[in-house]
Design a protein around this ligand. Structure first.
Ligand SMILES: O=C(CO)COP(=O)(O)O
Ligand SMILES: O=C[C@H](O)COP(=O)(O)O
Ligand SMILES: [Zn+2]
Ligand SMILES: [Zn+2]
Length: 284
């Protein structure tokens, strides 16, 4: 079926109290792993491309592959821009057929973030494309930041209320203690903060940096209003372990299909596990 708006999937999640997985894509094998998992699990899914993915694969290839993939299945999928840091990048994706975009204005002041995000929302609303905003700063696990800095980066619930009201984004990415990349220890999430943000905004919440977040924390997040969960690192790890596995078992192998097939299968295991954990399996 054709791609649907991101908000359409998040609305289904909101009504049924689950979260939609948003998986990062960079090549054909990752895209296939996601759509096959979605079909087999009867789960909605968001395929998202970062600016790095667009640079690596080319925007036309990403759009063409994801659209072709969507036509092969009868579960609803959306194509989303992950962490678009400029107005121009967001506009290019809207023009090329993405059904959801993210304006990541987390490096700006609150006023500027609101102003710039609002500009993207106005175009998104006119074009029928959903928009995600980010408030607070979601760091990377490799970033060398102190406990105080981490606290300062977290989303302020009152600011979130104003951000939602003035931008009218469809979903809100928040900083509540998660980080991008592999965690060194167990991440500690600030659920009180999440609860306050949700109470004041009533927004569907996006959890970034969800790879490596323990199952109980994911479930608690969903109970408190998380409706879109971003996974990239665990897919990268699964791809690489599938690939390394076949290389060490059959060092003579030189056919890329025989190397990348197991990489895809290994990603499918992770994706299906996440779909069950997020509660999106069997929902469409
Ligand atoms: O948040 C993400 C993409 O926006 C993904 O984070 P992880 O790589 O930690 O899963
Ligand atoms: O948020 C970051 C995502 O994992 C995408 O990472 P990337 O910018 O290296 O493609
Ligand atoms: Zn960000
Ligand atoms: Zn992210």
């Amino acid at each position: 079926m054709p791609l649907v708006k991101g908000k359409q999937l998040v609305d289904i999640a909101e009504r049924n109290g689950f979260a939609v997985g948003a998986f990062n894509v960079n090549n054909l094998e990752i895209i296939k792993a996601i759509i096959e998992s979605a079909q087999e699990e009867r789960s909605p899914a968001i395929l998202q491309a970062s600016q790095g993915a667009i640079k690596y694969a080319g925007i036309d290839f990403i759009v063409a592959m994801v659209k072709a993939a969507s036509e092969q299945v009868d579960v609803p999928l959306a194509l989303h821009l992950d962490h678009g840091t400029s107005f121009e990048q967001n506009m290019q994706c809207i023009r090329k057929g993405f059904t959801s975009v993210m304006f990541d204005g987390s490096k700006y002041s609150l006023e500027e973030n609101i102003h710039k995000t609002r500009q993207v929302v106005q175009v998104g609303q006119a074009a029928g494309v959903s928009v995600e905003g980010e408030l607070g700063k979601i760091a990377g696990t490799e970033d060398d930041i102190s406990v105080d800095e981490r606290e300062a980066f977290m989303t302020d619930p009152k600011e979130a209320e104003r951000f939602m009201r003035e931008t009218e984004v469809d979903y809100l990415a928040v900083a509540i203690g998660t980080a991008h990349g592999p965690y060194k220890g167990e991440p500690k999430l600030d659920f009180d903060r999440l609860k306050k943000i949700r109470e004041l905004t009533e927004a569907p919440i996006v959890m970034h940096g969800a790879s490596g977040v323990p199952e109980e924390s994911i479930k608690k997040g969903i109970e408190l209003g998380v409706r879109k969960i971003n996974i990239d690192t665990e897919l990268r790890q699964a791809f690489t372990s599938g690939l390394k596995g076949v290389i060490s078992e059959k060092p003579e192998e030189y056919d890329p299909r025989k190397l990348l097939g197991p990489a895809k299968d290994s990603m499918k295991e992770v994706i299906k596990e996440k779909m069950r954990l997020f509660g999106s399996s069997g929902k469409v």
